[in-house]
Design a protein around this ligand. Structure first.
Ligand SMILES: [Zn+2]
Length: 290
């Protein structure tokens, strides 16, 4: 395989991507009598545990739900509209329901439900930060024809914030570069990642982040896959690049150690549910590098 051309990447399964809820716009101000609810509090999602854990609370327009401070339409699940409800702090959950971090739900509920739970947490988080206009401070209202908020006083329309971040696998011969962030669990290493800055292309961001964090230059940057990473609002855009030049010099801030690793001496890797692991697994399975 010629690595300077984009190889055929295996389809990446992004577990946090939204696939199952089909939005129907315009929506109505009134919540329909029958709806599904995903209950969210502080980025945690309620589930009813058991043999068949549920994240959807089926309910009519109960007063205690209608009076919730935040309600966001997510989409239709079949013929039934599905909403996220942001619970006020003093609200008690229905009997048998508990709040869980989205990542804690991985493997406990269906991937489709995990994506929807993640989406619900993301939309409530976004609603919390867009309740008031960023320009004039007036309370905003939902636009019924799309996912946005509009300020009735000054007209400013705002969309959910999405923060693009690059993540890049760097290959050199039969090795890859793996680095350790102080935020990682003990012993774990991963690929280089960082947020894009205003005014730069994603390729610029790859070159800059790699240079800043580990001091080397890369070439042949090509797209791999992307994944929404809702903790809280990143969109991870994955790339593969080849080593070009330079010696590893770590920044000692974002990165505390970095090195080149062969397939037979890999350290502890990120968990399966991440694009970082998908990038590394892609390389592990590359036959040409053996
Ligand atoms: Zn305004």
């Amino acid at each position: 395989m010629n690595r300077t051309n984009s190889p055929e990447y295996p389809a990446h399964h992004a577990v946090f991507s939204v696939t199952a809820l089909a939005p129907r716009f315009p929506i109505t101000h009134e919540v329909p009598a029958q709806a599904l609810w995903i209950l969210v509090s502080h980025q945690r999602v309620a589930i009813k545990d058991g043999d068949n854990p549920q994240i959807y609370l089926q309910a009519g327009p109960r007063p205690d739900i209608r009076s919730l401070c935040l309600i966001e339409y997510l989409g239709h699940r079949g013929e039934v509209p599905c909403y996220a409800a942001g619970l006020p702090d003093d609200t008690s959950l229905p009997e048998g329901w508990t709040l869980n971090g989205v990542r804690e739900l991985y493997g406990r509920i269906l991937d489709e439900d995990l994506a929807n739970a993640s989406f619900a947490a993301r939309m409530i988080g976004s609603a919390e930060t867009s309740r008031f206009c960023g320009r004039c401070g007036h309370e905003t209202e939902s636009v019924l024809s799309e996912r946005s908020k509009r300020c009735p006083a000054c007209g400013l329309v705002s969309y959910s914030r999405i923060s693009p971040a690059i993540i890049v696998l760097i290959m050199r011969g039969d090795e890859i570069l793996l680095a350790r962030s102080p935020r990682f669990p003990e012993g774990m290493r991963s690929v280089i990642a960082g947020f894009a800055e205003p005014g730069e292309t994603l390729e610029d961001a790859v070159r800059r982040e790699v240079k800043e964090e580990v001091g080397i230059s890369v070439k042949n940057i090509r797209y791999f896959a992307s994944e929404p990473w809702p903790f809280p609002d990143s969109l991870m855009i994955g790339f593969v690049a080849d080593y070009a030049s330079g010696e590893i010099v770590i920044d000692n801030n974002e990165i505390v150690s970095a090195g080149w690793f062969k397939r037979d001496n890999l350290p502890m890797l990120p968990q399966q549910m991440s694009i970082s692991r998908a990038l590394i697994d892609y390389w592990i399975n590359l036959k040409s590098g053996l």
